[in-house]
Design a protein. Structure first.
Length: 88
């Protein structure tokens, strides 16, 4: 598993919050993937409310008891996509 570091993006640079990657000490090039993490959604809906709506929708469909084989269900639900940095 690749190491994960917390940082804040300000304009066009990252400010490290906790541990700093050792590769940055000598200004060597460091390729990164950035995931935007935010507590609020663009339309103002909270993450908790969105989760509650998803759970209500699941309950209306009969809950987890309607899922036969969980592994088959998971394969049907997720979209296969290439992972960053992998060719297969």
């Amino acid at each position: 598993m690749l190491p994960t570091y917390r940082a804040v993006l300000r304009g066009d640079h990252l400010e490290w919050e906790d541990e700093v990657p050792e590769q940055t000490a000598n200004q060597q090039r460091l390729d990164v993937f950035v995931t935007i993490v935010s507590d609020s959604l663009s339309d103002g809906e909270s993450r908790g409310r969105r989760m509650a709506r998803a759970l209500e929708a699941l309950a209306q469909k009969g809950g987890l008891s309607t899922i036969g084989d969980a592994l088959d269900w998971q394969r049907d639900q997720r979209e296969e996509r290439p992972l960053p940095g992998r060719t297969e």
